[in-house]
Design a protein around this ligand. Structure first.
Ligand SMILES: CC(C)(COP(=O)(O)OP(=O)(O)OC[C@H]1O[C@@H](n2cnc3c(N)ncnc32)[C@H](O)[C@@H]1OP(=O)(O)O)[C@@H](O)C(=O)NCCC(=O)NCCS
Length: 202
């Protein structure tokens, strides 16, 4: 929980304007890998040279992660520790990467740039690729695993909760925001409500 003094200092540093709230953070805190369901005629595999065009096409058709060109894909590839794709009948339809990052001064694995081709969404491919990336991160070494996401990305939030990611409560805005998110989710997601919002539950 940030201190009042810290919040005031940040407000003064920004000339009194309030900063935009940070992205949501979710942690994978379990020792065991998530259970992963295979998807018919699709396989998860690592990056191979020559994947760049299919990857760029996927990010462009996905359309929910900003503007992409070859240079941006190359930059992400350079920064990624291990890059995964789901390929279905010869087409790259999903991507994510395991990234070597630090949070609060500690080495972590970040699961980043998750996207599924809209024509293939809702079939379990998102959970398949993120679950595989988490399993790999667990194999890579004993580090906390996290991802960054946004309040409006409901299918992403659903997938991450199902896989076992837990909401982080380190920012003052998170309680209200997760309360609003859980209010939108169906009854079968309420079991994933973190204790920092079930207490009081307003
Ligand atoms: C997030 C994303 C990768 C999920 O891919 P996917 O293959 O559709 O995911 P899955 O099929 O494995 O799971 C989707 C879950 O969301 C739920 N869901 C809720 N609203 C949904 C919607 N409008 N469309 C699809 N799924 C939805 C599904 O029911 C499913 O949950 P379940 O396991 O309880 O049934 C995909 O929606 C996407 O590319 N979104 C845009 C990019 C993005 O937001 N990336 C995440 C950045 S943090």
């Amino acid at each position: 929980m940030p201190s009042i003094v810290g919040t005031l200092k940040r407000m003064m540093a920004s000339g009194g304007k309030s900063e935009p709230p940070p992205q949501l953070v979710m942690w994978y805190l379990q020792a065991a890998a998530p259970s992963i369901r295979e998807v018919d005629r699709c396989e998860v595999r690592n990056f191979r040279s020559g994947d760049e065009d299919g990857w760029l096409e996927l990010l462009q058709v996905n359309g929910a992660l900003g503007d992409w060109d070859r240079a941006r894909v190359q930059k992400v590839l350079f920064a990624t520790h291990e890059q995964f794709f789901v390929e279905c009948e010869g087409k790259i339809v999903a991507c994510t990467g395991v990234n070597d990052k630090e949070r609060d001064g500690k080495p972590c694995w970040e699961i980043g740039w998750v996207a599924v081709d809209p024509a293939f969404q809702g079939r379990g491919i998102g959970k398949l690729i993120v679950g595989t990336a988490v399993a790999r991160a667990l194999e890579l070494g004993a580090r906390p695993i996290y991802l960054l996401t946004d309040d409006f990305r409901v299918p992403a939030l659903c997938s991450y909760l199902r896989l076992g990611f837990a909401p982080d409560d380190s920012h003052a805005s998170y309680t209200r925001r997760w309360l609003d998110i859980f209010a939108l989710l169906g009854a079968d997601y309420q079991v994933y409500k973190p204790s920092f919002i079930t207490v009081g539950d307003t």
